[in-house]
Design a protein around this ligand. Structure first.
Ligand code: AMP
Length: 423
């Protein structure tokens, strides 16, 4: 029986896998230069890690895969990685030795409507810098996200920023939103009616076109920031200008998660083909998450990229680099009784650090050459009774068709020379 993929999931293999690894390696190498170290927390967590009191985000309320295990404990497949990293710091008392600079790479799960660039299982790469409540840490984190995008040559993006202020500013703003939306709420979508009750800030997230017309005229957070929050936002903007990082202010940007305060940011893809792929990266500053999860009152800042979306855009823009994944040598036993000899030759070539493969089943020369061409092998290594008798191999360059005989005892030295000479 053929089993289909679960809706919203996808297999990754072949060329696509090579590019996923390339993207992940490029991102990891750069954050390691900034002294971030890798954290790998479980995909499976207690649902309560995400369902914290007062959490009103759609991700937590509606998009989590929650189920009871065999002992009736509510578990969830993580919908994001930040709470897992924070839980890990708190459980291991790492948060007393801050700043902690953590990065992660792994699958997350959200019950969303699948469309281009939106999956139910996707891979996030992200960082968290936890310990200091300092505007420069926020700015360095944004700068890092910007450099990561440059590193993988993702250019057509716009950075959108907003400030959600501190708790005092946000509470005042939420009161103003309540007053404003009270006039319209009965005509807004069901989601907004629910958001109105739990956290009117979330209404700004609404994608319903009719509701967006109302949202356009809603009070703006900048008018409710107290002087400390305002100064902090001003400093961020000044520093982004000094760093030549272009940005737009988006006063409706509240981000899909509930724990943010002060700076929040997102990168969106601009393209003339009108492809709406959603955000490429999102992040922000948080003040209460560590203490809510049982740690001290310390702040953090972080962001996450979606690897699928990065890959889709690089593909769309034709900017995926050429990656050479060709075989160096494919070994061809001419007769069945040459196979065992080739088995050991294959091991020998691998020891010399070449990427090799051997034909283990009897095939005609024609079909072996055909396979090598299909696999983009650079060299065929031909081994028959004569070669074994003379303790040599014939190396055939698949491009130039040139053949060279090499004695087994000279293999190491001669292969280096051959490859150097022919490239
Ligand atoms: P978020 O955790 O919602 O801030 O998302 C961070 C990043 O993850 C986004 O900017 C996207 O690149 C990616 N992402 C979020 N949701 C999805 C999804 N359903 N499918 C694919 N990528 C996603």
């Amino acid at each position: 029986m053929k089993i289909q993929l679960v809706k919203g999931t996808h297999d990754i293999f072949g060329q696509e896998m090579i590019y996923y690894q390339y993207i992940a390696n490029a991102l990891s190498a750069l954050v390691e230069k900034y002294n971030y170290s890798k954290f790998d927390t479980p995909i499976l967590e207690h649902a309560s890690l995400f369902q914290r009191k007062n959490d009103s985000s759609d991700i937590v309320r509606k998009q989590m895969y929650i189920f009871n295990d065999l002992k009736n404990r509510p578990l969830t497949l993580r919908p994001e990685c930040t709470p897992g990293v924070v839980r890990c710091l708190v459980n291991n008392n790492l948060n007393y030795d801050y700043p902690i600079k953590a990065y992660y790479l792994g699958p997350v799960f959200r019950y969303e409507n699948p469309k281009y660039g939106t999956y139910r299982q996707f891979i996030q790469f992200g960082v968290e810098n936890i310990g200091l409540n300092n505007v420069y840490v926020d700015i360095e984190t944004i700068l890092l996200s910007y450099k990561l995008l440059q590193q993988i040559k993702l250019n057509n993006l716009i950075l959108k920023i907003n400030s959600l202020g501190d708790l005092e500013s946000r509470e005042k703003y939420i009161q103003a939103l309540k007053k404003f939306f009270a006039q319209f709420i009965q005509n807004m979508c069901d989601d907004c009616q629910e958001r109105f009750k739990i956290n009117p800030l979330r209404i700004l997230d609404c994608k319903d076109l009719k509701d967006q017309k109302i949202i356009q005229n809603a009070p703006k957070i900048t008018d409710y920031l107290n002087s400390e929050s305002k100064n902090r936002f001003e400093k961020t903007k000044q520093m982004l200008a000094k760093l030549n990082i272009p940005y737009e202010i988006d006063e409706n940007l509240v981000r899909g998660l509930d724990y943010y305060s002060h700076i929040v940011f997102e990168y969106q893809y601009i393209n003339n083909k009108k492809i709406n792929i959603g955000a490429i990266c999102g992040g922000g500053h948080y003040d209460n998450l560590v203490s809510e999860l049982g740690g001290p009152k310390i702040s953090g800042v972080g962001f996450a990229f979606g690897i699928e979306r990065i890959f889709n855009i690089l593909k769309e823009e034709n900017t995926l680099p050429k990656i050479d994944d060709n075989f160096d040598f494919i070994i061809m036993p001419i007769n069945e009784n040459n196979i065992e000899y080739c088995f050991f030759l294959n091991e020998k070539l691998k020891k010399l650090n070449y990427k090799t493969e051997v034909f283990f089943e009897k095939k005609s020369l024609k079909s072996m050459f055909h396979t090598i061409e299909k696999k983009n092998g650079k060299y065929a290594v031909i081994v028959g009774d004569n070669e074994i008798k003379n303790q040599e191999v014939i190396i055939k360059n698949m491009k130039s068709r040139k053949e060279t005989k090499i004695l087994i005892q000279d293999l190491e030295k001669k292969l280096i020379q051959l490859i150097k000479h022919e490239n």
